[in-house]
Design a protein around this ligand. Structure first.
Ligand code: PEP
Length: 253
């Protein structure tokens, strides 16, 4: 692992556009984000694959970073429809989200596949943003800790001595796109667990970024980001309106 060193624990705000966008909408959104610089936090957008090229052009002369929302676990070959980490690297991607709950749910991605994707990303110099999180049923059954630990342990074991290079995102499934946010205390409790798990695996745990995701909005962002183990956010719906996304980026410092 030989990633570009990042400023330890400087907050990171990542917009996850999901399957939204068009040439016109992207240009407007990116112009809004660029025009509101500077930010105290690191800021990135993870865009649909076809828009990587125009995003790279729009952000080339800025310190705003960009990435993808997935990548293949394979380097190349007969995998129709997949996109490799090497290809993402050619487009200047800094990040690839892996293991988003929508992919775990709709595409049946296993913990090990997610871990293999994270490894493939790191091997090509793309930082994986590894998502973990419990469903509402799991939370209500008292399984939050065991679920997120199981999800993260596959990644830790697969990345081995490179585990310190990933970004982790805690995204409770019941909070994604629902308008129902984890309280800062609920989120902090899980982030502390995850950091302790990382600390048992890598000396870099104290410097690693653990983002919170799940209905982050301008009016709840500051309280979430003020928690000691929350190092920024992975933002879905609110990342599609530049005024909201900019306000969330400003809430991180
Ligand atoms: C996400 O897609 O990662 C997410 C957190 O979505 P939202 O902010 O819309 O809940």
């Amino acid at each position: 692992c030989s990633m570009t060193p990042d400023v330890a624990r400087r907050p990171l705000i990542v917009g996850n556009w999901k399957m939204h966008g068009s040439h016109t909408a992207n240009a407007e959104l990116l112009a809004g984000i660029v025009g509101a610089r500077p930010y105290l936090a690191d800021v990135a957008v993870c865009v649909p694959f076809p828009y990587l090229s125009e995003t790279a052009v729009a952000l080339a002369a800025t310190d705003i970073r960009w990435g993808a929302q997935d990548c293949s676990a394979h380097e190349q070959g007969a995998y129709t429809g997949e996109v490799s980490a090497g290809m993402l690297h050619e487009f200047g991607c800094r990040y690839a989200i892996v293991g988003h709950s929508e992919r775990r749910q709709y595409h049946h991605e296993s913990d090990q596949l997610v871990a293999d994707k994270a490894k493939a990303a790191l091997a090509r110099g793309v930082t994986p943003i590894v998502c973990v999180g419990e469903t509402l049923a799991q939370r209500e059954a008292g399984e939050t800790e065991s679920v997120v630990k199981r999800q993260l342990s596959h990644v830790i074991h697969t990345l081995a001595h490179c585990a310190g290079e990933m970004v982790v995102a805690y995204e409770p499934v019941w909070a994604i796109g629902t308008g129902r946010t984890a309280t800062p205390e609920q989120a902090q409790a899980v982030h502390a667990l995850l950091r302790a798990q990382l600390a048992a695996a890598t000396p870099r745990a104290a410097d690693m970024k653990i983002l919170y995701g799940g209905s982050v909005k301008p009016d709840n962002a500051a309280q979430l980001f003020a928690q000691p183990d929350i190092d920024g956010g992975l933002v879905g719906g609110a990342a599609l309106k530049s005024a909201d996304f900019v306000a969330i980026c400003r809430a991180a410092h």
